[in-house]
Design a protein around this ligand. Structure first.
Ligand code: ARG
Length: 448
């Protein structure tokens, strides 16, 4: 028979939790001494010993032993080797079940802070693009059909809003998981006079978990983190899709800087938007890990089950994917150059103004539904004859509706955009408000 002992070993990936594990153990040891559960000298030796262990891990000379299975057993064994019998008192009133529940929460808390900082840096890049191109008109789309002119800045701020909701989702996750599980023991609590609130404040948790069985079984915070991550990556993926389309020769709206494109190995003319494509692809992986954690959890009876060890690799992968993807976008977006002439000439293309012309007829007393019909017939007529609305003589316009006058030629893309001056609209003053609002949010986020 083959040796299967490796199957249950987790140190290859759970060693990433060493800082959290050591911080939790120090707080636990200090509390045990304060409560008179272990001697003060033992707690001091444990705390110093754990610092020595941390140093070894960071220098890369910690003797990781797969036979000890996980990081908790590795650290505890090494501690005892270093400081003697005092090390064996650390695990008093604790189980690996509440220990790992704590480590994962501490790690998730840090991952949320880091992810929010990453989202903020992408938001800053989006606002920067909006500010630098504040006057640029472009065609806005529905159904990927040219619909109405909009400001490019308005389009960028739409993504700012998406990422703002992502920040909110990660903050909600952080607020809900702000509960110390340590002190729950294996599942039923511990028979020592511990002070859970002291450990909670030492580790900066706002509260302690109210039910020991739930505390060791709960990984909801990971499911929440994964779903917030999946939604954030979905937003990045939509932006990636636009960048891929925009940088095609067919659209030719933007050019990415050389660092973020790659040449084809056989077609010398190509500059592929690989970073955007890979981000779009990595989104699938992040979705997969969300499904992974939900599926790991769905069949588990209370309380701790070893299946929970499978919560880690997908989670770390998602944390790393968010980190690298958000960093790429924060650096890639500022270098994206706009083909302003093309954007503006397409924005001014006369069919894009058909809605404005219908609104113009409404202004002259025509009911909107009838005005819509007039413009539909006019557009069909122009299309059939290969004409542009702006070249059509006024006499032709009047064949479709007598209300048309010379002032119909004053309808331009700029006029169309300026007219959409209601809250949330694309008029330049509304977009300026949007930029100011975005900057306020970013400034408030920087405040300590
Ligand atoms: N390596 C385990 C995990 O990640 C730690 C807890 C193990 N507990 C136990 N009773 N075997 O979930």
């Amino acid at each position: 028979m083959q040796d299967h002992s490796d199957y249950t070993v987790s140190i290859r990936y759970d060693r990433r939790l060493y800082l959290q594990d050591i911080a939790g153990s120090k707080a636990h040891a200090a509390m045990l001494a304060k409560q008179g559960i272990i001697e003060k000298e033992d707690a001091d030796a444990i705390i110093d010993g754990l610092s020595a262990v941390q140093g070894e891990i960071e220098r890369g000379d910690f003797p990781w032993d797969p036979a000890l299975e996980d990081l908790h057993m590795n650290i505890e064994r090494r501690l005892t080797d270093l400081i003697g019998p005092a090390g064996a008192r650390l695990h008093t009133g604790r189980s690996r079940n509440d220990q790992i529940a704590l480590d994962m929460r501490l790690y998730t808390r840090g991952a949320i802070d880091e992810t929010v900082a990453g989202l903020r840096s992408v938001q800053r890049a989006l606002v920067g693009l909006a500010e630098r191109h504040v006057d640029v008109l472009m065609p806005g789309y529905t159904h990927l059909q040219r619909a109405q002119p909009v400001l490019f800045a308005h389009h960028m701020l739409a993504y700012f809003e998406m990422l703002e909701r992502d920040v909110g989702r990660f903050a909600d996750c952080a607020a809900r998981m702000d509960v110390l599980p340590l002190g729950s023991g294996a599942l039923a609590g511990v028979p020592y006079p511990t002070d859970r609130n002291a450990v909670a404040s030492a580790l900066e948790f706002s509260a302690i978990s109210p039910n020991s069985m739930d505390a060791v079984a709960d990984r909801d915070f990971l499911a929440e983190f994964h779903s917030a991550a999946a939604i954030a990556m979905m937003h990045i993926s939509r932006l990636s899709e636009e960048i891929v389309i925009w940088s095609s020769r067919e659209f030719d709206f933007v050019q990415l800087s050389d660092e973020f494109t790659t040449g084809s190995s056989i077609m010398p003319q190509k500059r592929n938007p690989d970073f955007a494509e890979i981000a779009r692809g990595k989104t699938g992986r992040v979705y997969g890990s969300l499904m992974g954690i939900l599926t790991v959890l769905k069949g588990l009876p209370l309380t701790y089950n070893r299946d929970l060890q499978e919560d880690k690799e997908g989670f770390f992968d998602t944390v790393d994917t968010l980190r690298s993807t958000l960093s790429v976008f924060a650096d890639m977006l500022p270098g994206m150059r706009l083909n302003t002439d093309r954007l503006e000439s397409l924005a001014g293309e006369s069919y894009m103004l058909a809605t404005d012309m219908a609104d113009y007829l409404v202004g002259k007393g025509v009911p909107f539904r009838d005005a819509h019909g007039v413009m539909r017939r006019l557009c069909q007529h122009c299309e059939a004859d290969g004409l542009s609305l702006s070249d059509l003589p006024i006499a032709e316009y009047r064949r479709f509706a007598p209300q048309f006058d010379e002032d119909v030629y004053a309808i331009t893309a700029s006029a169309s955009v300026a007219a959409r001056d209601n809250p949330g609209g694309t008029a330049p003053n509304r977009v300026a408000e949007g930029i100011a609002r975005a900057n306020q949010i970013l400034l408030a986020a920087e405040a300590p």
